[in-house]
Design a protein around this ligand. Structure first.
Ligand SMILES: *Cc1c(COP(=O)(O)O)cnc(C)c1O
Length: 482
């Protein structure tokens, strides 16, 4: 397949605009003008449409293939949710910031307010801000709220540390470090959760927060979570809940009920928005009432008569963390998703996600090493260590799956599992789809024994075969690779 630049023919155009009948504006300063042409491809409209349509057909997506990418939750993205977001297009929430604008977008503000209420209900929090633009951004916002909380009590200098388990997503320690904290990492015990005894040793009065993902990135729910939060609180540390795995416990457990004080939710994982390719995401943050005074502004508040106002007079606020109240379209989709499924439907999502993951785990257990062999939640983590005995790595199995029409599961994460293969089927896949995937995973395991070279050679059916990753890193030539 040719690059779009290789299809370029000088003078060819997709669109020809009529001559402008508007008087030219004042000339731009010469320093802002290009010295030479931009070098864009010159193609016809059809060349352009075909080029990008063909490229899109070479993509894996939830709409084309089973996509069991653990931790990322590539789930059900109903088209009706896209339609709902499009309905709101003329009612941008920024309207509220214009003079008299609040009256013009009561529906939009009401939707955001309701969404916050529903998320607060699901997570057991007292109030939610929708501003953060992704999970990682939510983490940073949440840790900034925790810092503001300690500062208001005169403890900002004293509280220096954030505790994270070693199974945590890399964004957890990164966000806490950006927010100004030093990180204490607690190892995972053989039972698959943060080692309770080591955690107790790590805790002291200088700890500002404990960040946990529950279920964690091994797909395991920590049975000691209440005890952990009680210990944290006894040291005046707050509990931060990374909600990326909320789709495993939605409607079953509220993080607020087991002691968490701050929660972020990835709307693009749990609530029906497609993601990958860089977004957009949305990472609303919920807090217990003690932290409400520090929430980002403006807050949407409801007056006694049911109208919505913007509150911007909060002196303790950490300020704005994003424009436009966050990624508004993603919030409309999450709202529509929740309304569409209702309370019972959301509970069913969690139940089905957990059932599906356990089904795959049990079926593949005879073929792949399962380092933490217990009932999992929404995802299960295997290791390719058995296959390694034949020289086959997790990456070889991933590439083999591509040839068979599957997006590979997450590999090499969580980092505490050697040769990790992290499978998350999500809730909407049928048994037939999962059975077909299981068969291909078994085929990969058998091929690792009988013909390991076949796995090293994969993928053979893709436009690009196996890349030499070392060479790619050393000689970075991103142009004309094939
Ligand atoms: C995805 C993920 C994050 C980060 O969320 P983004 O929206 O990608 O920034 C954090 N923690 C866990 C466990 C995740 O899976």
């Amino acid at each position: 397949m040719q690059l779009i630049y290789e299809q370029s023919v000088p003078g060819r155009r997709g669109v020809r605009l009529p001559a402008s009948d508007v008087p030219p504006a004042a000339a731009l300063p010469a320093t802002l003008l290009r010295k030479e042409r931009a070098g864009l491809a010159e193609v016809s409209e059809l060349d352009l449409v075909r080029h990008f349509t063909n490229l899109s057909r070479r993509n894996f997506s939830v709409d084309t293939n089973f996509y069991p990418l653990g931790s990322c939750t590539m789930k059900y993205n109903a088209k009706v949710l896209e339609n709902s977001a499009a309905l709101f297009a003329p009612y941008h929430p920024m309207t509220a910031l214009l003079p008299g604008g609040v009256a013009l977008c009561q529906g939009t503000l009401g939707m955001l307010h309701d969404l916050g209420k529903m998320l607060a209900d699901i997570t057991g929090m007292d109030e939610v801000t929708t501003q953060p633009l992704a999970g990682a951004h939510g983490e940073m916002t949440g840790i900034m709220l925790i810092a503001a909380y300690h500062a208001a009590r005169g403890n900002r200098a004293k509280k220096k540390y954030v505790v994270v388990p070693d199974s945590s997503h890399g964004t957890n320690p990164a966000s806490a470090a950006i927010a100004g904290y030093e990180i204490i990492t607690v190892p995972t015990a053989p039972y698959g959760d943060m080692d309770l005894e080591l955690f107790k040793k790590a805790m002291n009065d200088e700890v500002a927060a404990v960040m946990m993902t529950c279920p964690n990135t091994l797909g395991l729910f920590n049975p000691h979570i209440k005890e952990i939060s009680d210990i944290a609180h006894s040291h005046d540390a707050l509990m931060y809940y990374d909600g990326a795995n909320l789709n495993a416990i939605m409607g079953k457990v509220k993080p607020g009920d087991v002691g968490f004080d701050v929660v972020h939710v990835n709307l693009h994982k749990t609530f029906g928005t497609p993601h990958g390719g860089g977004g957009p995401g949305s990472g609303p943050v919920g807090v217990k009432k003690e932290l409400i005074p520090f929430l980002p502004q403006p807050r949407i508040v409801m007056d006694g008569d049911g109208t919505f106002q913007l509150e911007v007079t909060n002196p303790g606020s950490i300020g704005r963390t994003a424009n436009f109240f966050g990624n508004f379209g993603v919030m409309v989709k999450a709202y529509a998703y929740m309304i569409m499924l209702g309370r019972e439907g959301l509970i069913q999502v969690s139940e089905q996600a957990v059932l599906n993951a356990n089904y795959i785990k049990e079926k593949l257990k005879p073929y792949y090493d399962l380092p933490y062999d217990m009932t999992c939640m929404h995802e299960c983590v295997f290791s390719a260590s058995k296959q390694l005995a034949h020289g086959v790595h997790a990456i070889d199995i991933a590439k083999f799956l591509i040839d068979k029409g599957y997006h590979p599961p997450t590999v090499y994460f969580p980092m505490i599992v050697k040769e990790a293969i992290m499978i998350e089927p999500t809730e909407t896949e049928s048994k037939a789809v999962m059975d077909a995937f299981i068969e291909v995973m078994i085929e990969a395991a058998l091929t690792a024994e009988s013909n390991p070279q076949a796995l090293h050679d994969a993928p053979l059916t893709m436009p690009i075969s196996r890349l030499d990753e070392t060479k790619a890193a050393r000689e970075q030539n991103v142009c004309c690779a094939w």
